[in-house]
Design a protein around this ligand. Structure first.
Ligand code: NDP
Length: 448
């Protein structure tokens, strides 16, 4: 995919030269600038007024050390990040990721994507992301607590309910959010909605846990219904078995699909009779064990080492819900060959650019992450609203709002694609629709 605008091409080169070692960030920027070329061609003031240049440079990057002590008294030092990318339409909002692969490139790509995603929700939230190369796997609760407290000892200086409101992501679930929130409260002596994904006893929102996976299925349902298809009777393959994957499995099943495979970073399970989600929840949410255990306990289920072959399983709908670049071109070809008619991204940037091109060329209905996984941050924003009102909505109320947000989001992205002569291309549509609101706000502020 080349960028059909000379200035944006040069801008892409500048981004690469400025930070040469950041391939994930370059990948995310290239995809967006490619989509935005028709907008930049139609509206030259966006280039003249510096909007495009400012768009690809974070407002602020905070990088800090996180020292912590393990249970045996050993000292470790990890690195923490918060990238405050764009606050044109609201306080920075985006998750924290704790995973050994975390580096500045990954946090910048995630923060950049978040800007457009948050705008697409229609809610007043800017984009940011953060995290650490700390690995919570295999650590005791006490070790995770000490790490989170140390992380917050630095982060609290830069966040606040009207400034920057982090949430969870890979490796940061309810346990970690509890420790982080507790430390923030202690340091600031205030009880505010500074984090989302909180526990229900201290300001969390009902349906936040389910929101990304449910929202993914609501979006997918809109997309496939517009093409005369449905979940009903379709085999569904879902990668990952974390927060997003589990609740995507739950909703896909409720909508009539049969989920036949899930995975973790070691391998995948195939269950031709349909995944027993209660068993997956027991293994992943309660025992924090490996997905392999599923095949030991469920008669007829198979376990296969390695993740990528999950895409060889025939299915009508594929929902990649694990991590970036987990669905390569070979996986895309296998899905297309086996008759997959829809791919909707639950994880952030799970399809490689080559895989995404293959889906679009083959006419597979393709939902890009920044549209299809926006349900999580949308309900996070609803959590912020409830915290500000000191009030909480029922599960049904939040779920109804989520469903409406995902429906509006689908129509927005589809409409923007059609308006720029790219009907059916939701990648371009989501990038354009997300961008316009942010760009017009940036223009209104002048050069800041
Ligand atoms: P979790 O940490 O809860 O789960 C991640 C899952 O993916 C785990 O099962 C993990 O396995 C698995 N995994 C990691 N790498 C691979 C791989 N290479 N192949 C197969 N499986 C792998 O994270 P979330 O579910 O919260 O997040 C998943 C994705 O969704 C991320 O891209 C995240 O940014 C995105 N997302 C999350 C949102 C949320 O609300 N949580 C909101 C929007 C996007 P293992 O246990 O072995 O590591």
């Amino acid at each position: 995919m080349s960028i059909q605008n000379e200035y944006l091409n040069r801008l892409m080169e500048c981004v690469i030269q400025r930070d040469p070692g950041q391939p994930e960030f370059h990948q995310a920027v290239r995809e967006v600038l490619t989509s935005l070329a028709p907008v930049a061609n139609a509206r030259p003031e966006l280039i003249r007024e510096g909007v495009m240049d400012c768009l690809v440079e974070p407002e602020r990057i905070i990088k800090f050390r996180v020292p912590w002590e393990d249970d045996k008294g050993g000292i470790h030092v990890n690195r923490g990040y918060r990238v405050q990318f764009n606050s044109a339409i609201g306080p920075y909002k985006g998750g924290l990721r704790f995973h050994p692969s975390v580096n500045e490139s990954i946090i910048k790509f995630l923060g950049f994507e978040q800007v457009f995603k948050n705008s697409l929700t229609g809610l007043p939230i800017g984009g940011g992301k953060g995290g650490s190369d700390f690995d919570p796997k295999g650590k005791s609760d006490a070790e995770v607590m000490r790490f989170c407290q140390s992380f917050m000892n630095e982060l609290f200086k830069y966040i606040g309910p009207d400034t920057d409101v982090p949430a969870g992501d890979i490796g940061v679930g309810a346990r970690e959010i509890g420790y982080l929130f507790g430390q923030y409260k202690r340091l600031r002596n205030e009880f505010t909605g500074v984090l989302t994904g909180k526990g229900l006893t201290y300001g969390g929102s009902l349906a936040r846990k389910e929101a990304t996976g449910y929202g993914l299925c609501y979006f997918t349902d809109n997309m496939i219904r517009a093409a005369g298809k449905s979940f009903e009777g379709a085999n569904v393959v879902i990668s990952g078995s974390g927060n997003v994957a589990i609740y995507a499995c739950e909703k896909a099943t409720q909508l009539g699909g049969k989920v036949v495979a899930m995975s973790d970073s070691n391998g995948y399970i195939y269950d031709k009779d349909g995944i027993d989600l209660d068993l997956v929840k027991q293994i992943k949410e309660v025992e924090r064990a490996r997905i392999k255990v599923y095949a030991d306990r469920k008669p007829g289920a198979e376990y296969h080492e390695g993740c990528v072959n999950i895409w060889n399983i025939p299915c009508g709908i594929a929902l990649p819900c694990a991590t970036q670049n987990e669905l390569p071109l070979e996986g895309a070809k296998a899905l297309i060959k086996n008759g997959c008619f829809a791919v909707a991204e639950g994880a952030n940037m799970p399809s490689t650019p080559e895989a995404m091109d293959a889906f679009l060329e083959a006419g597979v209905l393709f939902a890009p992450a920044k549209a299809s996984n926006a349900g999580g941050v949308a309900v996070s924003a609803l959590e912020m609203s409830q915290n500000s009102m000191r009030f909480s909505w029922t599960f049904q109320e939040v779920d109804d709002r989520l469903k409406q947000i995902m429906t509006d989001l689908y129509h927005n992205a589809a409409g923007a694609a059609a308006q720029y002569g790219l009907a059916g291309n939701l990648v371009a549509g989501a990038n354009i629709a997300g961008f316009l609101k942010v760009a017009d706000s940036m223009l209104a502020y002048g050069l800041v």
